[in-house]
Design a protein around this ligand. Structure first.
Ligand code: HEM
Ligand code: HEM
Length: 234
């Protein structure tokens, strides 16, 4: 858990700093979603906080390859990774408890039809988006479970680093999850053709986040390639 940082006080301070960043992102989500009911506003805001932490964790590595002054902040991925998992668990739990009401079929987009006594497929997009959220959180939890000192020394640094490359899988799955809710879920449907919902205030932020990570990864790839070719030519 202390990998690379010796003072416990410093570690604690860094968790507090990232906790404040998580709180600010949460508050931004809360403030921007003022028209929603309190329960929806709460799980949306935890979603925003979770996403902000994940974005930082994913973008900072490749961005630092392209622009070396960012190297000073890459070590913060430990704290942002931990806070991401904590916020993500709360976000997921609130949806499970408040929206799906502890019913797997509802979480997967099915609705019970009492007259037929079966579940009908009602919102398959919602079900798939929730599955993506679950996959992102599940992978995040596996990274958390393998990031403690004992686990790291058992795995060895290179295996541990390989596991951490799953951060990008988590990011791309989670960003599609967010984009579904921002652009698709709250639109008129055959069941409710007249429904009008407020546009998601962060919808283009999610698209920007997706592009920023993809571009940073592409730029880092070409930077590393050109360095290797330069060394090879010598
Ligand atoms: C840990 C990875 C996850 C991330 C990064 C994440 C992120 C987000 C984001 C950014 C939003 C959109 C918030 C908004 O602007 O309205 C959202 C919405 C949502 N998420 Fe997640 N989520 C994650 C996991 C989950 C899980 C595990 C579930 C299900 C149990 C879930 C269910 C939902 C639902 C139902 C919404 C729609 C909320 C609404 O519009 O009222 N998410 N999530
Ligand atoms: C209990 C949870 C976690 C702990 C204790 C932890 C710990 C650490 C530590 C000690 C480092 C090395 C920091 C450094 O570069 O000095 C690190 C790096 C990193 N963490 Fe985590 N982490 C956790 C969860 C996560 C999660 C959930 C993610 C992904 C969303 C993540 C993504 C990363 C990434 C991308 C790196 C850089 C890896 C590399 O150098 O190749 N971490 N983490």
């Amino acid at each position: 858990m202390l990998l690379g940082i010796k003072s416990r006080r410093m570690v604690l301070l860094r968790y507090v700093v990232v906790g404040v960043f998580a709180g600010i992102s949460f508050y931004m989500g809360w403030w921007l979603n003022s028209t929603w009911s309190a329960d929806m506003r709460l799980w949306k805001s935890f979603g925003v906080g979770t996403f902000a932490l994940l974005w930082f964790t994913a973008v900072i590595g490749p961005a630092a390859v392209v622009w070396s002054p960012l190297m000073t902040v890459v070590t913060w991925r430990r704290e942002t990774g931990v806070w991401f998992v904590v916020m993500g668990m709360v976000h997921g739990y609130l949806v499970w408890d408040g929206w799906a009401r502890w019913d797997v079929a509802s979480l997967l987009g099915f609705r019970y039809a009492p007259e037929l006594e079966i579940y009908l497929r009602a919102e398959p997009g919602f079900g798939l988006a929730n599955l993506m959220g679950i996959v992102a959180l599940g992978l995040g939890l596996s990274l958390a479970a393998t990031s403690f000192d004992k686990a790291v020394s058992f795995l060895g640094i290179s295996t541990w680093k390989w596991l951490h490359t799953f951060t990008y899988v988590i990011f791309y799955v989670a960003v599609l999850h967010a984009i579904y809710f921002a652009f698709i879920h709250y639109t008129p449907s055959p069941e409710r053709p007249g429904a009008v919902y407020p546009a998601n205030p962060l919808r283009f932020v999610y698209v920007g986040a997706l592009l920023s990570v993809a571009l940073a990864q592409a730029a880092a790839f070409f930077r590393i390639l050109s360095r290797r070719r330069a060394v090879g030519a010598q």
